[in-house]
Design a protein around this ligand. Sequence first.
Ligand SMILES: [Zn+2]
Length: 449
Amino acid sequence: MTRSAWSLVVLLVAAVLVAAVAWVRAEGDAPAIAAPESFSLGKLPRALAVDLSDQGSGLRTASVTLSHAKGEAVVAQRSFSGNPLSGGGPATASLEASLDPEALGLAEGDAFLIVEARDWSWRGMLRGNLATTRIPVSVDLSPPRISVRSGLTYVRRGGAALVVYRTSEEPARDGVRVGDRHYDGIPWPAACPEGDAGCRIALFALDVDDGSDTAIRVVAEDAAGNVASARFDARVQERQTPRVPIRLSQRFLEGKIADLSDAWDLDPGDRVAAFRTINEERRRQDEARIRELVARSQRQPLWQGAFRQLYNSKVTSLFAERRVYTVDGEAVSKATHYGYDLASTAGAPITASNAGRVLFAGNLGIYGDTVLIDHGLGVVSLYGHLSIIEAKEGESVTRDQVIGRTGATGLAGGDHLHFAILVGDTYVDPREWWDARWVREHISVRMNP
Ligand SMILES: [Zn+2]
């Protein structure tokens, strides 16, 4: 071949190579933007997170711009390293914007967030492929207004109460806050005489161990995160919590505690240490499990009227006893008794204390074979130490329906029923719920005046 022919071949090969590179580098796939479909902004600053990706040439720049009635502002911006020749930007990245309505001078109403991202492609006159997403923003700077409708509310320490209130807008979350515990509210138009739609109720409880300065208030939060709270006239009635010494017999330590130690792999050499582990650590785990179950309580009330105490039973131990366990006159452990112990004949039938749905039926550690019944609105009854369970999870039960037989499973010294009632996370005195007058005056009349 002649020299000019060779030059032609070299030129052609070079042209093909340039064309190939150009074809790759001028890819037309714009970056992908993953962002919320809509965004609501309240009085407090709120963060927006956007995920970006580009598999072709990699990401080059990204920005978030807020467009509102009074103008535009860039609220986040990033540039990513790479180069025009080979691309080489990151395949994924995220962009975070903090939106402060006050600093941005936002007024209530509608606005938009515009997210833009470019890649390192040669397209767009070498500026890259452009992706754009528009997110509608609603700006709501006013918290809901709360007006408490029920009057003076009495609540006993270790007891429950119901409050009626109205909110000016449909809240995203509302209820009663007691210290740092939250009790959900639900819409309940019947509780307000005018029957209006903003009427709501919440059942709450004061824990036996709540301090005397524990704040009780109605709270409501809207979709934009604006929070309102309202105090109401709540009178706390005190409760006696008698100290009850319980002697641990050798028979109990070598019988029940030996059995539980075997079942739960505890040191067989030290029965007292095993008792302490069961009474303290195991109790903590079981109580945490109960709280997980209670959190699934359905919002609508299922109970009707007063709850029923176990038929023909004798109370052998009261709510809120401060138990101190002793061995040879020495205190080895303690626990508060958050229920009633009811003794009948051995293997006596246990009935549902009110209508509800079986939330749990199975073994629950120190409570042995246990049934939990959900009565709705956070009210749950617990039946422990059963010898036989005659209820199925998910089953609806009526008051007085048989759900099992008394026994001594779990940490029980003899055949009895441990009966407890929880309102949300809190154990309350079942005596209130057994009392038809208390239920009528403190709960029913408030729900349906
Ligand atoms: Zn008990």
